[in-house]
Design a protein around this ligand. Structure first.
Ligand SMILES: [Ca+2]
Length: 260
């Protein structure tokens, strides 16, 4: 193979390999709340109890007011979470109202049936100040059977009182899609030699283009198809190079030996 004919192959490999090397898995940790910074509105947030709490957007923050006879109220947002994942809830709180006794942040974990499993809270702020102060629950592991978290800013009041929240953030993993059930330990100690895969692949759609196999945990996402793909591409480019070379060669003399 001459250097000239090898150029298309080198170019093709470069074009294919560089994007593959740039492939990286998505980060597992992410912000789970919507509009926790209250930049322009209160979208995504609700209050409890209805009729005895109100929420007003005020200067890029959320002002929660508790109205008697309620003595406790909260602003909250529900989000889907991954059971067993680690989550941290934090935010800035401004408590400068003598009718508000205390304010804190809280996570409540719920199971698939909507039952409250357990809750965790940050320390409480009880002293008044005109400044925003940071509160955090710290990192907590969601119960294994939890599917939903309720991120709450909670205040207790002795009259009608207001408290302000901003930069609320619940950081943790997104819920993972359900995987096919794995066989019970010991049930497939001696798998049948005729069975190559316990979980048959999904029925292929004859009109759909073939998709690359899903990567296993810890395996590069392109490892399954990159090598055969590059081999086929290399063969095609080699054939193209030979064909171009042949087009620019004088015809072989009768009786000459075919040279590659
Ligand atoms: Ca804000």
């Amino acid at each position: 193979m001459t250097a000239k004919s090898a150029l298309p192959i080198i170019a093709a490999l470069t074009v294919c390999i560089i994007p593959l090397l740039g492939t990286s898995p998505a980060l597992a940790q992410d912000e789970r709340l919507v509009n926790g910074t209250f930049d322009a509105n209160l979208v995504g947030w609700q209050t409890w109890p209805p009729g005895q709490t109100s929420l007003v957007w005020e200067g890029g923050a959320a002002r929660l007011t508790i109205h008697p006879p309620a003595a406790v109220g909260w602003v909250y947002q529900d989000v889907a979470i991954q059971g067993g994942g680690d989550y941290a809830f934090s935010g800035s709180v401004r408590k400068n109202d003598g009718d508000v006794a205390a304010v804190c942040l809280r996570i409540r974990w719920y199971d698939e049936a909507g039952n409250l499993i357990v809750e965790v809270s940050s320390p409480s702020i009880t002293e008044d100040s005109d400044q925003y102060r940071l509160l955090s629950t710290g990192v907590h592991t969601a119960p294994k059977r939890a599917v939903k978290a309720r991120a709450m800013g909670v205040a207790t009041a002795s009259g009608q009182g207001s408290v302000w929240f901003d930069n609320l953030s619940l950081v943790g993993p997104a819920p993972q899609p359900l995987l096919s059930p794995s066989p019970a330990p010991g049930s497939t100690a001696n798998p049948s030699p005729t069975s190559q895969d316990a979980s048959p692949p999904a029925t292929p759609d004859p009109g759909a283009a073939p998709s690359p196999p899903l990567p296993a945990t810890g395996q590069a996402p392109w490892a399954g198809w990159a090598v055969p793909y590059l081999i086929v591409l290399s063969v095609l480019c080699l054939a193209l190079g030979l064909w171009v070379r042949r087009q620019h060669q004088p015809p072989d003399c009768p009786g000459s030996v075919l040279r590659l």
